[in-house]
Design a protein around this ligand. Structure first.
Ligand code: SF4
Length: 334
């Protein structure tokens, strides 16, 4: 069920207008910049984050920091040996998210990465814009052993889709979903998910989106708030009350650098991040420890950025895992 944002934060707002969909009435950045002592929650069996292998994309989505209309496009590609090195550290049986700051299937080694992950006993999930999902590619992916598809799609109307995902077609995604669903009987463990960024224009459409994707055989829709200007957020899904610590992870970037969080993936695209650990010289576990040290040290390069970063809302989660940043609607329980 849709959780509407609470209005608790109204006490702190200066806004005089009626709240619009996705507005919580709070000054999020004031919460971010209030006095706060960061302390990494160091866990023995930390969860590695995604491996982002490639920066190239054929679309130019309006909100994309990497390939959008205002982005400086770059073309780094993570060396295949670095992908394998990172995968070797994932525990057998664990999920591994293969994403991109571009499009995963524009990585010429994409299918080899999937084969390697599956040979190591991992369960890959691919995040993609879905525009390359022909029956031929889907068949190939299923034969390799991929069972989890997450497609980024923020609209259910063709022209709305084309205004957001510039260069893509909604019908391609619908056709792909129809085809994947024809294979369910052979692959009962298939999982099809949609990732949807919420803007002011679609925030109020969440219930409609859930109905639409349910009818198209989707299992889950993940709604997320929209970031802008690198470290800022709008269209929150709930109202945060106070800043919380971030859960440090390890996200491997196309450059081979290891970032602690999604915010640093975005920041790394346009800034010098030579201070981040490098997979050439560190394991993921060593990188994790180093990133936790940086998070705890107020003088580190990371902490200076954390001081102005609103992305901590990702970690302000309720028991069901929902946060001001994110919620998942489970549509089809199989
Ligand atoms: S940069 Fe932002 S998301 Fe990353 S650790 Fe710091 S506060 Fe958290």
């Amino acid at each position: 069920m849709l959780k509407l944002p609470t209005l608790d934060g109204l006490k702190t707002t200066k806004a005089k207008h009626a709240l619009q969909p996705g507005e919580t009435g709070i000054d999020l950045h004031a919460l971010t910049t209030a006095p706060f002592k960061a302390k990494a929650k160091r866990v023995q069996n930390f969860t590695p984050g995604a491996i982002t292998t490639n920066e190239v994309c054929n679309l130019s989505c309006v909100m994309c920091h990497f390939n959008g209309p205002n982005a400086v496009k770059k073309g780094k590609l993570l060396k295949p040996e670095m992908v394998r090195k990172a995968m070797d550290e994932y525990p057998v049986g664990s999920h591994i998210y293969l994403a991109s700051t571009g499009e995963f299937f524009l990585d010429p080694n994409a299918l080899d990465h999937l084969r390697y992950a599956i040979s190591k006993g991992l369960k890959p999930q691919v995040l993609s814009h879905g525009q390359f999902y022909t029956p031929k590619l889907i068949d190939e992916l299923l034969a390799i052993g991929l069972r989890s598809f997450r497609i980024s799609c923020d609209a259910i109307d063709a022209s709305h889709y084309e205004r957001i995902r510039r260069g893509g077609k909604l019908q391609v995604i619908l056709d792909a979903l129809a085809y994947i669903n024809t294979r369910r009987a052979e692959f009962p463990d298939l999982d099809i998910e949609i990732g949807c960024t919420l803007f002011k224009t679609n925030f109020h459409l969440q219930p409609k989106y859930e109905d639409f994707w349910r009818e198209h055989g989707v299992d889950k829709v993940h709604f997320n708030a929209e970031y802008f200007d690198m470290f800022r957020y709008r269209n929150l899904l709930a109202t945060p009350k106070k800043r919380v610590d971030c859960a440090i992870q390890t996200y491997v970037l196309p450059s081979g650098k290891v970032a602690p969080c999604c915010a640093m993936i975005v920041y790394a695209h346009d800034h010098d991040v030579s201070w981040l650990p490098d997979l050439e010289t560190h394991t993921l576990k060593e990188s994790y420890d180093k990133l936790c040290d940086m998070y705890d040290d107020p003088k580190s390069e990371l902490s200076k950025l954390c001081a102005k970063c609103d992305w901590w809302i990702m970690f302000d989660q309720d028991p069901s895992g929902h946060s001001p940043y994110f919620r998942t609607a489970v549509l089809n329980k199989r």
